[in-house]
Ligand binder design. Structure first.
Ligand SMILES: NC(=O)C1=CN([C@@H]2O[C@H](COP(=O)(O)OP(=O)(O)OC[C@H]3O[C@@H](n4cnc5c(N)ncnc54)[C@H](O)[C@@H]3O)[C@@H](O)[C@H]2O)C=CC1
Ligand SMILES: O=C(O)C(=O)Cc1ccc(O)cc1
Length: 311
């Protein structure tokens, strides 16, 4: 086993992402010891039963006291409260990072509390599932997935390299990005798909002409894919919507315009327009598969794609 990258790591929040980090850290031998802290006593007890750490602290400030790396993995709306609680106890020179799905808001919430003696490097692994809580995590979650770091002005390059090495040894590939750009990109590739999924499943649930049992019984795989996303954690997604509202509203406005164009093409029987649009979007799917980013598609899916010929 290679040398640990950090002597002491503190995991604040031990849900899907925190517990996956605990497993990945252990798999790669990245820490001398791991201290777990979370708000709810019940979750902390569950983490202890699962053996996710070496020490367990209900008080986040106690957990970070001697930590060299602190990873905050809580819903983005709780980032400010966590930063304020841990700030006085942080060890000078420690690296503080997070995994939140939005970046500008997390930075605005956390940075004012954190002392200049620590290196704050916000992060976001683009890897997850619809499950939450400490039982949901697994060591392979980050394998082959991107992790975006959004370093701030004045970040020490050595600290950035160390955090990059940490994520790489957790299995991820690392990119750096400006926080505002991150929020715009993630609004279209992650936040909108979840919002659309919540909406379509809600619409189906509200239909009077179709019973709930029919929705369950006849749901084709397209609808089932939406239900998976719509089963994601309500607290987490409420916070994402509230904390990336500007970019999400911008993307929703564009989406609504494009949906209206699609609606018009259907109303006027404009088959050429529909065909052209569906051909363009199919190319995106193929590019994702070619880039090896199609983790959810079993191997046979690659060969089952039809050719884009006009029928
Ligand atoms: N679920 C996913 O697929 C992904 C989530 N993320 C981000 O990771 C973060 C954590 O998400 P998950 O692990 O999925 O959530 P989760 O719901 O599985 O776990 C959240 C954890 O935070 C704790 N917590 C909540 N409020 C707290 C507070 N005020 N103080 C201390 N602890 C608190 C909970 O007890 C729990 O341990 C979120 O910011 C989310 O946006 C990032 C990538 C993927
Ligand atoms: O479950 C899925 O399909 C996801 O899209 C997981 C996910 C959720 C939130 C993120 O910020 C990143 C990844």
């Amino acid at each position: 086993m290679p040398e640990p990258l950090f002597d002491k790591v503190a995991l604040i929040g031990i849900g899907l992402i925190g517990s996956s980090l605990a497993h990945a850290i252990r798999r790669a031998g990245l820490a001398g010891s791991v201290t777990v802290s979370t708000r709810s006593g019940e979750t902390l007890e569950r983490a202890r039963v699962l053996g996710l750490g070496d020490r367990y602290e209900s008080d986040a400030s106690e957990a970070v006291r001697d930590a060299d790396l602190v990873i905050v993995s809580v819903p983005v709306g709780a980032s400010g409260a966590v930063a304020s609680a841990i700030a006085p106890a942080l060890k000078p020179g420690a690296i503080v990072t997070d995994v939140g799905s939005t970046k500008a808001s997390v930075i605005a919430q956390m940075q004012p509390h954190l002392p200049e003696s620590v290196q704050f490097i916000p992060g976001h692994p683009i890897a997850g599932t619809e499950n939450s809580g400490p039982d949901a995590g697994f060591a392979e979650l980050f394998d082959g997935r991107w992790c975006i770091l959004t370093p701030l002005e004045g970040t020490d390059p050595a600290a950035l390299s160390r955090l990059t090495a940490f994520w790489e040894r957790c299995g991820a590939m690392v990119d750096t990005m400006d926080p505002g750009h991150h929020d715009m990109v993630l609004a279209i590739v992650s936040h909108l798909p979840h919002i659309i999924a919540y909406n379509i499943v809600g619409t189906a649930d509200d239909l009077e002409a179709v019973t709930k049992s029919e929705v369950i019984k006849y749901s084709a795989s397209g609808f089932r894919d939406f239900t998976r996303l719509a089963a994601s954690d309500p607290t987490m997604w409420r916070d994402v919507c509230l904390h990336n509202s500007e970019a999400i509203l911008e993307m929703l406005a564009r989406f609504s315009e494009d949906l209206s164009a699609l609606q018009r093409a259907i109303r006027w029987g404009d088959g050429d327009k529909l065909f052209d649009m569906f051909t363009r979007t199919r190319a995106i799917r193929r590019s994702i598969i070619e880039a090896g980013q199609d983790i959810d598609v079993p191997d046979f899916g690659r060969h089952a794609l039809a050719h884009p010929e006009k029928q």
